[in-house]
Design a protein around this ligand. Structure first.
Ligand code: PH2
Ligand code: MG
Ligand code: MG
Length: 162
Protein backbone atom coordinates (compact mmCIF):
# COMPACT_ATOMS: atom_id res chain seq x y z
CA UNK A 1 0.00 0.00 0.00
CA UNK A 2 1.30 3.46 -0.86
CA UNK A 3 2.33 5.88 1.88
CA UNK A 4 -0.23 8.53 2.79
CA UNK A 5 0.17 11.88 1.05
CA UNK A 6 -0.83 15.26 2.48
CA UNK A 7 -3.10 17.04 0.02
CA UNK A 8 -5.13 20.25 0.03
CA UNK A 9 -8.59 20.69 -1.46
CA UNK A 10 -10.29 24.04 -2.08
CA UNK A 11 -14.06 24.19 -1.59
CA UNK A 12 -16.31 26.83 -3.13
CA UNK A 13 -20.03 27.39 -3.63
CA UNK A 14 -22.26 30.33 -4.56
CA UNK A 15 -25.70 28.87 -5.30
CA UNK A 16 -28.28 27.76 -2.76
CA UNK A 17 -27.15 27.47 0.88
CA UNK A 18 -23.46 27.76 0.05
CA UNK A 19 -22.22 27.55 3.64
CA UNK A 20 -24.22 24.37 4.25
CA UNK A 21 -22.92 22.89 0.98
CA UNK A 22 -19.30 23.59 1.95
CA UNK A 23 -19.73 22.12 5.45
CA UNK A 24 -21.50 19.06 4.06
CA UNK A 25 -18.72 18.59 1.52
CA UNK A 26 -16.13 18.66 4.32
CA UNK A 27 -17.99 15.80 6.03
CA UNK A 28 -18.15 13.87 2.76
CA UNK A 29 -14.43 14.39 2.11
CA UNK A 30 -13.75 12.96 5.59
CA UNK A 31 -15.60 9.81 4.49
CA UNK A 32 -13.57 9.18 1.31
CA UNK A 33 -11.94 5.77 1.49
CA UNK A 34 -8.24 5.60 2.41
CA UNK A 35 -8.46 9.28 3.35
CA UNK A 36 -8.63 11.25 6.61
CA UNK A 37 -9.51 14.89 7.14
CA UNK A 38 -6.59 16.51 9.00
CA UNK A 39 -7.61 20.19 9.15
CA UNK A 40 -10.41 22.41 7.93
CA UNK A 41 -10.16 26.17 7.54
CA UNK A 42 -12.81 28.63 8.58
CA UNK A 43 -15.47 29.50 6.02
CA UNK A 44 -14.82 32.69 4.05
CA UNK A 45 -17.09 34.89 1.95
CA UNK A 46 -15.59 36.28 -1.27
CA UNK A 47 -16.79 38.20 -4.31
CA UNK A 48 -16.86 36.17 -7.54
CA UNK A 49 -13.49 36.29 -9.35
CA UNK A 50 -13.91 35.91 -13.16
CA UNK A 51 -17.31 34.45 -12.28
CA UNK A 52 -20.79 35.78 -11.58
CA UNK A 53 -23.76 35.44 -9.25
CA UNK A 54 -23.88 35.74 -5.45
CA UNK A 55 -20.80 35.92 -3.25
CA UNK A 56 -18.98 32.63 -2.79
CA UNK A 57 -18.36 30.69 0.40
CA UNK A 58 -14.82 29.28 0.24
CA UNK A 59 -12.65 27.09 2.46
CA UNK A 60 -9.67 24.75 2.23
CA UNK A 61 -9.12 21.35 3.86
CA UNK A 62 -5.98 19.35 4.49
CA UNK A 63 -6.31 15.60 4.01
CA UNK A 64 -4.07 12.56 4.31
CA UNK A 65 -4.80 10.08 1.55
CA UNK A 66 -3.48 6.82 0.19
CA UNK A 67 -5.46 7.31 -3.02
CA UNK A 68 -3.60 8.17 -6.21
CA UNK A 69 -4.36 11.72 -7.38
CA UNK A 70 -6.67 10.67 -10.26
CA UNK A 71 -8.65 8.44 -7.88
CA UNK A 72 -8.92 11.26 -5.36
CA UNK A 73 -10.10 13.58 -8.15
CA UNK A 74 -12.80 11.06 -9.10
CA UNK A 75 -14.03 10.95 -5.47
CA UNK A 76 -14.13 14.76 -5.32
CA UNK A 77 -16.05 14.95 -8.60
CA UNK A 78 -18.56 12.41 -7.27
CA UNK A 79 -19.16 14.66 -4.25
CA UNK A 80 -19.64 17.66 -6.60
CA UNK A 81 -22.15 15.67 -8.65
CA UNK A 82 -23.99 14.63 -5.48
CA UNK A 83 -24.37 18.30 -4.60
CA UNK A 84 -26.10 18.93 -7.92
CA UNK A 85 -23.10 20.50 -9.69
CA UNK A 86 -23.84 21.53 -13.27
CA UNK A 87 -21.34 22.95 -15.76
CA UNK A 88 -23.29 25.08 -18.26
CA UNK A 89 -20.21 27.24 -19.03
CA UNK A 90 -16.74 27.97 -17.67
CA UNK A 91 -16.75 29.50 -14.17
CA UNK A 92 -20.55 29.38 -14.00
CA UNK A 93 -22.08 29.87 -10.56
CA UNK A 94 -22.11 26.52 -8.81
CA UNK A 95 -23.62 24.55 -5.93
CA UNK A 96 -20.20 23.05 -5.13
CA UNK A 97 -16.68 23.17 -6.55
CA UNK A 98 -13.88 20.99 -5.16
CA UNK A 99 -10.41 21.68 -6.54
CA UNK A 100 -7.31 19.64 -5.73
CA UNK A 101 -4.72 22.33 -4.95
CA UNK A 102 -1.68 20.35 -3.82
CA UNK A 103 -0.91 16.62 -3.68
CA UNK A 104 2.20 16.18 -1.58
CA UNK A 105 5.06 17.75 -3.47
CA UNK A 106 3.67 16.25 -6.67
CA UNK A 107 3.43 18.00 -10.01
CA UNK A 108 0.74 16.69 -12.31
CA UNK A 109 0.05 18.05 -15.77
CA UNK A 110 -2.53 15.88 -17.45
CA UNK A 111 -5.55 16.92 -19.47
CA UNK A 112 -7.87 16.29 -16.53
CA UNK A 113 -5.73 17.45 -13.62
CA UNK A 114 -3.07 20.09 -13.01
CA UNK A 115 -1.37 20.16 -9.58
CA UNK A 116 -0.39 22.54 -8.07
CA UNK A 117 -3.63 24.18 -9.18
CA UNK A 118 -2.53 26.58 -11.95
CA UNK A 119 -4.49 29.62 -10.72
CA UNK A 120 -4.20 29.22 -6.94
CA UNK A 121 -1.50 31.87 -6.57
CA UNK A 122 -3.78 34.55 -8.04
CA UNK A 123 -6.72 33.86 -5.73
CA UNK A 124 -7.21 35.22 -2.23
CA UNK A 125 -10.17 32.84 -1.79
CA UNK A 126 -7.64 29.97 -1.98
CA UNK A 127 -4.52 31.49 -0.39
CA UNK A 128 -6.20 33.01 2.69
CA UNK A 129 -7.87 29.78 3.91
CA UNK A 130 -4.80 27.75 2.90
CA UNK A 131 -2.57 30.06 4.94
CA UNK A 132 -4.91 29.64 7.93
CA UNK A 133 -4.38 25.85 8.09
CA UNK A 134 -0.94 25.53 6.44
CA UNK A 135 0.99 28.76 7.00
CA UNK A 136 4.20 27.18 5.70
CA UNK A 137 2.59 26.68 2.29
CA UNK A 138 1.86 30.37 1.62
CA UNK A 139 4.43 33.15 1.84
CA UNK A 140 3.65 36.67 3.08
CA UNK A 141 4.57 37.94 -0.40
CA UNK A 142 1.99 35.62 -1.98
CA UNK A 143 -0.68 36.83 0.44
CA UNK A 144 0.28 40.44 -0.21
CA UNK A 145 -0.11 39.96 -3.95
CA UNK A 146 -3.82 39.11 -3.52
CA UNK A 147 -4.54 41.59 -0.72
CA UNK A 148 -6.74 43.71 -3.04
CA UNK A 149 -9.36 40.92 -3.35
CA UNK A 150 -12.21 41.15 -0.87
CA UNK A 151 -12.55 38.17 1.46
CA UNK A 152 -14.11 38.06 4.93
CA UNK A 153 -14.68 35.38 7.55
CA UNK A 154 -18.16 33.89 7.67
CA UNK A 155 -19.28 34.34 11.29
CA UNK A 156 -19.34 30.90 12.92
CA UNK A 157 -22.62 29.51 14.15
CA UNK A 158 -22.18 28.95 17.90
CA UNK A 159 -25.48 27.09 18.24
CA UNK A 160 -24.31 24.23 16.09
CA UNK A 161 -20.73 23.76 17.15
CA UNK A 162 -19.34 25.14 13.87
N1 PH2 B 1 -14.13 29.80 -8.28
C1 PH2 B 1 -13.94 29.97 -9.58
C2 PH2 B 1 -14.01 31.28 -10.22
N2 PH2 B 1 -14.23 32.36 -9.32
N3 PH2 B 1 -14.55 33.25 -7.20
C3 PH2 B 1 -14.66 33.08 -5.88
N4 PH2 B 1 -14.81 34.15 -5.09
N5 PH2 B 1 -14.63 31.84 -5.30
C4 PH2 B 1 -14.47 30.72 -6.07
O1 PH2 B 1 -14.45 29.59 -5.52
C5 PH2 B 1 -14.34 30.87 -7.47
C6 PH2 B 1 -14.37 32.17 -8.00
C7 PH2 B 1 -13.62 28.84 -10.45
O2 PH2 B 1 -13.64 27.65 -9.84
MG1 MG C 1 -12.48 26.18 -8.95
MG1 MG D 1 -13.27 22.96 -10.11
Amino acid sequence: MRDPVTAYVALGANLGDAAAAVKDAMARIAQIDQTTLARASSLYRSAPVESSGPDYVNAVVEIRTRLAAPDLLARLQAIEAGAGRERPFRNAPRTLDLDLLLYGSGRIDSERLQVPHPRMQQRAFVLVPLAEIAPGRVSPAQLKSVAGQSITLVPSDPGHGA
